[in-house]
Design a protein around this ligand. Structure first.
Ligand SMILES: Cc1cc2nc3c(=O)[nH]c(=O)nc-3n(C[C@H](O)[C@H](O)[C@H](O)COP(=O)(O)OP(=O)(O)OC[C@H]3O[C@@H](n4cnc5c(N)ncnc54)[C@H](O)[C@@H]3O)c2cc1C
Length: 404
């Protein structure tokens, strides 16, 4: 009885807190710092990314030099404390940077997100002092590009069933197996790799290792030829009797899967921000085009069929933004946010697909060509409902939290 009463009081407090938080978000004021950081990301995207977007997309070029430039601006170590060479900023600035870059190019946004919140984020969250001192300054400045490998050819959503194994041999561990769909699988200078170190389907059976490019037995494999996000490199990572030392383990042996799930909570906020950027880019282009394009002696924006599309797009983008900021705020406050991150990612990614689809419709035939930006937003947006857990997996995560 006492336990039930306690649960009721706790739930009421949590609800009140959530209402309080919602009200705070309703009056959400963007700080001067976030505005400045956002402006600098916007300027950078306009000047250094926009002129080359289609060139990189067509040739599937991963523009490493752009990431080195972003390293100089502090965008590659946004969340890394200054003592490790990073910018020491919060999730608010982080989602703003991802959004502004993705508003111009989703591919660069995706790579930026994978580098910051997956590889770098994993070492920041679970690395020991020596590992942090060794890797974070290089990653935060983009001297090194990071990769993060969980997915395998036969285990995507069912990542806990991974087949890439690490076996202890004396003082070393020997890794064998393949990771696929890995962002920077070829170009990454260092990778965080989840491996199975226990029995299949048993508890605590995975371990995360840091593996540097050039380690014998570790190589990049096939590069994927993708529908969208074509300037973000996606490739296999192959481990063939790759020997690493005990010092390369992140945290404790057996904790790898639990660590990965925690990293994905934060990563999903990045994908929500990436989705928002894509949706806003498609929306901005649509508003402008609808005011310029004439049919039946009127601008197409004067037709309710088009104006209402813009109203829906604007509404859905705002809702997605509030969900993303709520999750970012909880992450900043170190409050558990598995459900909120999954909700933000699920909703924002579906909005990105819908908004960019509507954008192509508003552009008509021109939207179907590569002379206008919306076809690329449309292609890029689809990744957002797949990467870091599909929409179906987000619903699984959300419903599990709801039914706890
Ligand atoms: C461009 C790109 C970049 C990526 N970058 C990385 C990276 O850097 N690191 C990394 O580790 N991974 C990365 N991934 C992999 C990505 O996270 C996986 O593709 C994703 O988790 C889905 O796994 P899958 O492709 O194997 O699909 P599957 O798991 O085979 O799913 C196929 C379909 O079945 C559905 N499904 C599966 N299980 C269930 C269920 N229980 N209930 C309902 N439906 C279900 C899925 O929702 C989906 O619709 C990347 C993928 C892409 C496309």
């Amino acid at each position: 009885m006492a336990l039930r009463a306690f649960r009721f009081i706790r739930q009421t407090l949590v609800s009140l807190l959530n209402i309080g938080l919602f009200c705070t978000l309703m009056n959400f004021e963007v700080s001067e710092l976030t505005t400045q950081v956002g402006q600098s990301a916007k300027d950078f995207a306009q000047q250094h990314i926009k002129p080359f977007v289609m060139q990189w997309d067509e040739s599937q070029e991963f523009p490493v030099h752009i990431f080195k430039e972003m390293g100089k601006l502090g965008f590659m170590g946004v969340l890394v404390p200054e003592e490790y060479g990073g910018s020491g900023l919060s999730y608010f600035e982080y989602v703003t940077i991802i959004q502004e870059i993705s508003r111009v190019c989703g591919s660069v946004g995706l790579s930026l997100a994978a580098h910051n919140s997956l590889c770098t984020g994993h070492i920041l969250a679970f690395g020991n002092e020596e590992q942090k001192r060794k890797y974070l300054p290089k990653l935060a400045t983009a001297e090194w590009i990071g990769a993060w490998g969980l997915t395998e050819p036969n285990t995507g959503s069912d990542a806990g069933n991974m087949q890439c194994v690490a076996k202890k041999d004396g003082d070393e561990w020997v890794i064998n197996g393949t990771k696929n769909w890995i962002t920077h699988g070829i170009s990454g200078d260092v990778a965080v790799v989840m491996t199975r170190t226990g029995e299949s389907r048993s508890k605590n059976n995975a371990t995360a290792f840091i593996v540097e490019r050039g380690t014998p037995g570790f190589r990049g494999g096939k590069k994927e030829n993708k529908l969208g996000m074509r300037a973000s490199e996606t490739a296999e990572m192959v481990f063939d009797n790759c020997r690493v030392s005990e010092a390369n383990i992140l945290g404790k042996p057996g904790d790898g899967f639990k660590q990965a799930m925690k990293i994905l909570d934060g990563g999903r906020i990045s994908i929500a921000a990436l989705s928002l950027g894509i949706a806003k880019g498609a929306y901005d282009a649509s508003v402008q085009y609808s005011k310029e394009r004439h049919q039946f002696n009127h601008t197409i924006s004067s037709f309710q069929g088009i104006a209402f599309k813009l109203a829906d797009m604007s509404t859905e983008i705002m809702a997605a933004e509030l969900l993303t900021l709520q999750a970012a705020d909880m992450k900043n406050r170190h409050v558990p946010m598995t459900k909120e991150a999954a909700i933000a990612k699920y909703y924002a990614s579906e909005v990105a697909v819908k908004v960019s689809n509507d954008a192509v419709q508003i552009f008509g035939g021109y939207g179907y060509t590569k002379d206008f930006p919306v076809e690329k937003f449309y292609r890029d947006s689809k990744l957002c409902t797949i990467g870091e857990g599909t929409s179906e997996i987000q619903k699984l995560v959300i419903s599990r939290e709801v039914l706890k």
